[in-house]
Design a protein around this ligand. Structure first.
Ligand SMILES: Cc1cc2nc3c(=O)[nH]c(=O)nc-3n(C[C@H](O)[C@H](O)[C@H](O)COP(=O)(O)OP(=O)(O)OC[C@H]3O[C@@H](n4cnc5c(N)ncnc54)[C@H](O)[C@@H]3O)c2cc1C
Length: 478
């Protein structure tokens, strides 16, 4: 083992091969606190060539490699186990934005670029990279691609896969595959890029990407909307899509008790309505059209007026109960801050169980109703809080098993709860993993619920690309 560490040090330099306990510590545990282990060493390459040499060495010595980005993943995919036999390959030094091309609306980046840094670089030239979620200050493009991350803007721009035109990948034996296409149309054989996106580091290491950029909206109109029920919420979504020409950027669901817990975490958080409704959504529409973004003689910005008029019409028909429209950028920021505190809200009472499932839009109501009817059978004292990217049918159904007595949850009860959620999801033709991936956390569900033929194909692909099973072994594929 010491020989491998010495050889890694020769590739990346002594200071970038971390083998002491104190140096590895922050890489050896995940953000949720569920996984804490011990790697052999953390190696921090500076270039694709370094990555290639590291993987060639790992291949030769049959040493397992766990690629790591910002370590914000919620499924344990970046966990190196406790045996001290795996190398963590951190992409953090490969953090260059190589180019931003306004004409082609593309960015070329290394895999270790922090998402928020790409946001800032794009905005500096009046463009946006529209992948947005709470962990953006730490997560990295390679991790976003490897988990095919979703977030709040999927309803308009799709998930990370839809935002990527090209990739550079290093295979398990160190071979570099150049798929850095800038083309919107490129039908030259199998789409290998899509194979590595969402592979959670099990097929190779993503080292670079070509990503799509979009015009920066000139105005946003943002509101917290209290609605009668989920059917009404979806009516708000569809009506807004229709009147705005598909300009809904985000449509996020939060129930009444979310705000109650939010106030426990942050007592100063202003509540959006005098009287909280059972169902509230944070909705945002945007325009890149200067005319729609500029206040008219009445002082109203047309985009904001469009949102307001649509909500008023829905208020009159009873589907909307109340609404607060952001009147300034600071009010908009506060609405988003409240939504993005979901992680703190879900974890503030100690142990909570969180899920990441998706169902077709017309089945969201059925999912929530059936869970309400059945959750008592496996968790009689539970308090449920559902936070959802409702615009794309992705629900984080979370619960405190016993809010009066937070603490360790019995493993058998945990399993029963997850099984119930996944049974209901399966019945409604949904997915047990919407945006966080499989990692270690859902490996059992993958074995039980994924189509058997699809699993067999995945295993054949894995064997072909990683014959020694050194790429993030034990993750994703049961
Ligand atoms: C507060 C908070 C909010 C979040 N909100 C969302 C959300 O709304 N939507 C969402 O989708 N996710 C969300 N997440 C989850 C997480 O941020 C995303 O999954 C993110 O894309 C992970 O990026 P990362 O760089 O941290 O990856 P890591 O955690 O470092 O790694 C994740 C997986 O990708 C692999 N990997 C990392 N880099 C590479 C690479 N270069 N090549 C090959 N494999 C690699 C790892 O081995 C691991 O399996 C949230 C997390 C937090 C903490």
């Amino acid at each position: 083992m010491q020989d491998i560490i010495n050889r890694l040090s020769r590739i990346v330099g002594h200071t970038n091969c971390l083998s002491g306990d104190d140096l590895r510590e922050k890489y050896d545990h995940d953000i949720t606190g569920s996984y804490k282990g011990r790697s052999l060493a953390v190696v921090r390459p500076a270039s694709t060539e370094d990555v290639s040499k590291i993987l060639a060495l790992a291949f030769e010595t049959s040493t397992a490699v766990v690629p790591l980005g910002g370590n914000t993943g919620l499924a344990g995919g970046g966990f190196a186990g406790a045996d001290g036999d795996k190398i963590i390959l951190s992409l953090e030094r490969m953090n260059k934005i190589t180019s931003i091309n306004r004409q082609s609306r593309l960015a070329r980046v290394e895999a270790g670029v922090v998402l928020a840094n790409l946001h800032a670089a794009a905005e500096a030239v009046d463009l946006v990279f529209p992948l947005v979620f709470g962990a953006r200050g730490s997560c990295m493009i390679g991790g976003n691609l490897s988990t095919n991350a979703g977030g709040s803007n999927v309803v308009r721009y799709g998930n990370t896969r839809a935002l990527c035109l090209g990739l550079e990948v290093v295979l398990a034996d160190g071979e570099i595959v150049n798929l850095m296409s800038e083309l919107h149309k490129d039908n030259t054989g199998y789409d290998l890029k899509d194979l590595f996106i969402g592979a959670e580091g099990t097929l190779g290491v993503i080292t670079g990407a070509v990503l799509k950029l979009f015009d920066k909206p000139k105005a946003y109109a943002t509101a917290m909307v209290a609605v009668a029920d989920i059917a009404s919420a979806l009516e708000v979504l569809h009506r807004l899509q229709a009147v705005s020409g598909g300009a809904v950027e985000a449509f996020e669901y939060m129930p009444r008790n979310y705000f109650r817990h939010l106030q426990m975490v942050d007592a100063s958080a202003p509540m959006p309505f005098d009287k909280l409704a059972d169902t509230a959504v944070l909705v945002e529409i945007a325009t890149t059209n200067a005319q729609h973004a500029t206040a008219g003689p009445d002082g109203k910005v047309p985009l904001v007026a469009l949102l307001e008029n649509t909500l008023v019409a829905l208020l009159e028909s009873g589907q909307v109960l109340d609404a607060t429209i952001a009147q300034s950028e600071s009010q908009r920021t506060e609405m988003w801050r409240q939504r993005e505190m979901a992680f703190e809200v879900a974890t503030h009472l100690g142990v909570s169980l969180t899920t990441d499932v998706s169902v077709p839009l017309d089945k969201v109501d059925a999912f929530l109703n059936e869970m309400t009817a059945r959750i008592g059978s496996v968790a009689p004292k539970a308090e449920v809080v559902v936070i959802s990217h409702l615009g794309d049918g992705n629900l984080h159904y979370s619960l405190w098993v016993d809010p009066e007595n937070p603490g360790q949850v019995d493993e058998a009860q945990k399993t029963a709860i997850y099984n119930l959620v996944e049974d209901v999801v399966e019945k409604l033709s949904g997915s047990f993993s919407a945006e966080h991936g499989i990692g270690l956390a859902k490996i059992g569900s993958m074995a039980r619920r994924k189509d058997k033929a699809a699993l067999a194909v995945m295993r054949r692909i894995k064997r072909a690309l990683d014959p020694k099973n050194i790429m993030n072994p034990g993750k994703m594929l049961p």
